[in-house]
Write a protein that binds this ligand. Sequence first.
Ligand SMILES: C[S@@+](CC[C@H](N)C(=O)[O-])C[C@H]1O[C@@H](n2cnc3c(N)ncnc32)[C@H](O)[C@@H]1O
Length: 345
Amino acid sequence: MNANTLPWVPKPDVCQPTGSAELAMLDVYMPMMKSSAIIAAGRLGLFEALAGGPLAVQQLAEAIGSSVRGTATLVDFLIALGYLERQDGRLANTASTQRWFTSRGQVDYTPGLLWTHEAWPMMGGLAEAVRSGHPERTLWDAMVEHSHLGELFSSYMAAFASDLGPDLLRHVPVLPEQGRLLDLGGSHGLHAIRFCRQYPGLSALIVDLASALGDTGETIAGAGLAERIRLAPGDLQEVDWGGTHDLVFYLSVAHNHTAEENRRIIGRIGQALRPGGLLVIHEYLAEKPLDALDAAFRLTLLVETGTQTYRYDDYCNWLTAAGLETIERIDLDPREKGSLILARR
Ligand SMILES: C[S@@+](CC[C@H](N)C(=O)[O-])C[C@H]1O[C@@H](n2cnc3c(N)ncnc32)[C@H](O)[C@@H]1O
């Protein structure tokens, strides 16, 4: 059995008191330290340094260019969190860490740790965003000002995309005669690359803000698909989508727009789809009552983009108004992966 097929072992919940009494500040202090330690390990390349096998603490400190004292202190907490373990006196990644935070695992979410390091100070503006009801400055404006933010966000989205990619291939049917894919908010390009590889008759157009497309051309060229995948930088509400398409992806992009914008964009998608064409939406759908993850995500959106998640009924209304039918909802497993909505013209 390798790290990708091991059963899930829940990690210790270090945020709960071990005795019988409630300790209010543990709710605040322990999540802060937990996040900080895991993010620091990602920034130092600690999990990757252990990807090839266990190391003694001195060797690990040397591999990540850090002090032995600092490394040992961080390691003790990462062991308590279930991220590392001791093996014959040396330190090793647990199976879950190897799987999710190293290049040898199923998906490497290290870019998510690097992104969270950047997002952390943004959350300092949460009280102000609650007071005013919108962000002081949107994420998209911050990305124009600081280009490394756009690149980092795209590589974080790329990690999500490698996790979601197999679900998409499994659930999205493409017919041999269907040749044109439009990927709205396609960012890193991995979804377009995956589908173009799988379906040799397919070519794609990716529309996204210029800040999100920094490395995309290079990734596409590296995949040998420069002839078949084109980029259209700009606001998807304004740029030309290049005629009609057989397949349109609107993947994790609706929550970046207002309800009115989504109604307009989906209406335009309806016009851009050929008869028989398919729209694929990936989203985190708001349920009644909201679950904890969705409620947290909505707070993130309040600070970062000023938008929100929507209910399945909202999508059905927008899709029906756009002339799309045979609407199908697929809830992914685990549920935290979100849902797909497929609709045909
Ligand atoms: C959450 S990411 C999803 C990326 C990709 N679709 C995926 O599923 O991995 C949202 C993407 O939508 C893009 N985006 C948001 N608003 C946009 C707009 N108005 N025009 C073009 N792209 C936009 C962002 O730049 C970002 O790349």
